[in-house]
Design a protein around this ligand. Structure first.
Ligand code: NAD
Length: 285
């Protein structure tokens, strides 16, 4: 037993962003300026922070960003018509609508309206289908960020038992598909799984995306396991933390992602990468 190596999302995302910035420079020399349109409906404070951070990252790597801040009582038709307008615009390469939307809006219809080639979140069913088949242009940002972290550390899923906890369309399900594509043997656990620990104890690579503090304790993991903590929770002092009992798991795992500073910064970096990919694809580069 030793101390696990930290998988540092700040360092790895900085590398991704620096590669993206180089690509943006190259594209600009060819007369293409990548542009991301970000739509925020309502005043959810967490969403406002996410949108602001996305805008700042765009500036950092040289991507032009357009912000659309719509009132909480925006009608479905108004939002759909804005997305259709952005779909048509040649100068806009990526479109993102910050979720969750106010409850009167139909999230599914909104996501489906974003044209597949501008859907940099990769939530549109057409892109989800491509992920399933394994020929996607865009990978969903959070699971793609996790794969990038594993790659950076030289960790392959091939032949490993990978256990993903959580089955959301945004994180859990695509995470399982990407690990499968990397030749892992994948088990997906969720809220109805009985005896969660039986599965987690067998995991060579454990990805937790539940949103429940201290869900994963040291006795639930295999010696030398790779632990990826996707979740963002707050402890009783208001500090950010993940699903994993970090201090105790640290001595047993071989690698671990911290929260904050783990998967979080990767997500936004992969969004920037997807925007550049969109700009390249739309310009046949
Ligand atoms: P979600 O609420 O949609 O999904 C949670 C999943 O956990 C569900 O599939 C559910 O079946 C499962 N679950 C619930 N209780 C469980 C239990 N006791 N045992 C096993 N499984 C259980 O959430 P999400 O959107 O997938 O996000 C998951 C977490 O990841 C959240 O904390 C969220 O804040 C975080 N997140 C982080 C990033 C990032 O950039 N780091 C991005 C997206 C989401």
């Amino acid at each position: 037993m030793g101390t696990a190596k930290l998988i540092d999302g700040k360092v790895i995302s900085a590398k991704v962003l620096s590669d993206v910035a180089d690509e943006v420079k190259d594209l600009k020399q060819r007369g293409v300026e990548p542009c991301l349109a970000v739509i925020l409906v309502g005043e959810d404070p967490a969403s406002q922070v996410y949108v602001r951070n996305k805008k700042l990252k765009c500036e950092q790597v040289g991507i032009r960003s357009l912000s659309y801040t719509l009132p909480a009582d925006t009608k479905q038709e108004e939002l759909i018509s804005l997305i259709k307008e952005l779909n048509e615009r040649k100068d806009v390469n990526g479109i993102l609508c910050q979720l969750p939307l106010p409850s009167h809006l139909n999230e599914k219809d909104v996501i489906n309206t974003i044209s597949a080639e501008k859907d940099v979140d990769a939530f549109n069913p057409e892109n989800v289908g491509h992920i399933m088949i394994g020929d996607a242009s865009f990978l969903p940002c959070t699971p793609a960020g996790v794969m990038e972290m594993l790659k950076y550390e030289g960790i392959s899923a091939a032949g490993k038992h990978c256990v993903v906890i959580g089955r959301s369309n945004i994180v859990g399900k695509p995470m399982a598909l990407l690990l499968l594509q990397d030749n892992g043997t994948v088990t997906v656990c969720h809220s109805r799984t009985k005896n969660l620990a039986e599965y987690t104890k067998e995991a060579d690579i454990l990805v937790s995306a539940v949103g429940k503090r201290n869900l994963i304790t040291a006795d639930m993991i295999k010696e030398e396991a790779v632990i990826i903590d996707v979740s963002i929770n707050r402890n009783e002092d208001g500090k950010l933390c993940g699903d994993v009992d970090f201090d105790n798991v640290l001595d047993k795992a071989s690698y671990i992602t911290p929260v904050p500073g783990g998967v979080g910064p990767m997500t936004i970096a992969m969004l920037m990468k997807n925007t550049v990919t969109a700009a390249k694809n739309q310009n046949n580069i």
